[in-house]
Ligand binder design. Structure first.
Ligand SMILES: Cc1cc2nc3c(=O)[nH]c(=O)nc-3n(C[C@H](O)[C@H](O)[C@H](O)COP(=O)(O)OP(=O)(O)OC[C@H]3O[C@@H](n4cnc5c(N)ncnc54)[C@H](O)[C@@H]3O)c2cc1C
Length: 403
């Protein structure tokens, strides 16, 4: 009789974890929660503990516009009501205009048959609320934890952590941000371009109310957005060439308020007051594929896009929904959730959808950087036409909403 050694029997046993998610940003934390809620044994590994969110703290400088598809996921995960009730700025209108031609386009929730276009929410609030929900959902949280190496085997992927601990799961989910060390360890290349721009962000008070409207002015140096915050102020995302961004960052408050007023064409009147400022480098980066052996990429680890359409995290949360649905279908069909043919479905669908969006945003950035009078006139004509073509405009709005 062949009695298996203890080691061999341990090796043959299925790994205790279905999924190990690495990166506890908005996307990774949402992925871990979604997988746990779907019944998968899940661990989340994060290098740095997120900052606790408190109502009386100043509004986090990093905010995102959450589209209806993201709100639906967060609601399904049971975290949206507490985020909304804590601090979220609803917006029902969007006004986008071209500094050169003056052409404008308006999106209005009511004309799309919806109550709202979305909410402006602090990154830290979303991340913290998800993080807090993980334990109750049964997610094993490891923090601080960093993956040093991994090795895919027949029935599992073995992770080696920086502190020497090892972990095995059927699937490794990398949501470790645009610089993604795991993507590099997996040998997945990226393509894209550096915009040589930075987005200067700040929260400002304005002379006139924001009217629950997201304002965006396309300037040849880059787009300027004024996004409506819950407390009546607006959040500035001002994309500028590198040197110009550093200059604006170094201005004293008075000069900054004056320059911002001019750049925003005083659409909300004078800019009265500002918080401190920060700047984030901008690039287009797409992973060449979203899958390796027992390994998938999602969120910024898979795609980093220009913030002009405010879609980065919305694409990441669509990755989460697709991955969760793919894995549930595989499990219900009795298949291994880490099998290559299962992961291929997720990887193909999301990569093609993300690529289309990322290249669309990139094309917009290029088109609005053009300054030749003939091209500016053609661009103005195109925008005015689009504003009048209700069905096409509706398709665009539905696409941005992720519907
Ligand atoms: C100025 C600006 C404005 C933006 N506005 C919008 C907007 O309006 N709407 C929108 O949808 N998107 C917007 N975005 C994009 C959005 O912020 C990002 O898409 C989103 O934050 C990405 O989330 P993520 O969870 O994928 O990555 P990240 O937030 O980068 O999280 C990655 C996490 O992984 C952790 N990590 C990294 N390496 C390791 C490791 N080795 N081990 C363990 N953990 C690790 C990090 O600590 C971090 O917590 C904007 C971006 C910028 C720069």
């Amino acid at each position: 009789m062949n009695i298996p050694t203890q080691e061999a029997s341990v090796r043959r046993r299925a790994p205790a974890l279905d999924a190990a998610v690495v990166g506890g940003g908005m996307v990774g934390a949402a992925a871990a929660l979604a997988l746990a809620r779907a019944g998968f044994a899940t661990a989340l590994l994060e290098a740095r503990a997120p900052k606790a969110w408190h109502l009386h703290d100043e509004v986090d400088l990093r905010v995102v516009g959450l589209a209806p598809s993201s709100l639906a996921l967060l609601d399904e995960l049971g975290v949206w009501p507490s985020i909304r009730d804590a601090r979220a700025g609803p917006y029902a209108h969007m006004h986008v205009w071209d500094a050169e031609s003056g052409a404008a386009i308006d999106f209005d929730a009511a004309s799309e048959g919806r109550e709202l276009l979305g909410y402006i929410v602090e990154n830290n609030l979303v991340q913290w609320t998800l993080w807090e929900a993980l334990e109750a959902a049964g997610v094993r949280r490891l923090c601080p934890a960093e993956v040093r190496a991994f090795d895919a085997r027949e029935d599992r992927i073995q992770l080696e952590l920086a502190d020497g601990e090892t972990l095995a799961a059927r699937l490794l989910v990398a949501a470790d941000g645009a610089a993604s060390p795991l993507r590099q360890l997996a040998g997945i290349a990226t393509s894209g371009r550096d915009y040589a721009q930075r987005a200067v962000v700040a929260h400002v008070s304005t002379e006139r109310p924001h009217d629950g409207t997201a304002w965006q002015r396309f300037i040849s140096t880059g787009p300027l957005a004024l996004l409506p915050l819950a407390d009546g102020r607006s959040s500035v995302v001002w994309s500028l060439p590198e040197a110009e961004a550093l200059r604006v960052l170094a201005l004293d408050d008075r000069a900054f308020l004056d320059e911002l007023g001019l750049a925003s064409d005083f659409r909300l009147g004078r800019i009265m007051d500002t918080t401190q400022r920060a700047a984030f480098p901008l690039k287009l980066q797409l992973a060449e594929c979203y899958q390796a052996e027992r390994f998938v990429l999602l969120g910024d680890a898979a795609h980093a896009v220009h913030p002009l359409a405010g879609q980065g995290v919305n694409l990441g949360l669509r990755d989460v929904t697709e991955l969760r649905d793919t894995l549930v279908a595989a499990r219900d069909g009795g298949r291994d959730i880490g099998a290559a043919h299962v992961l291929r479905r997720y990887a193909r669908r999301r990569r093609s959808a993300d690529t289309l969006d990322a290249l669309g945003f990139d094309a917009l950035a290029r088109i609005y950087a053009l300054q030749s009078p003939a091209l500016v006139a053609a661009r103005g004509l195109g925008v005015r036409l689009l504003d009048r073509l209700a069905p096409l405009k509706r398709r665009l709005a539905e696409h941005a909403a992720g519907l």
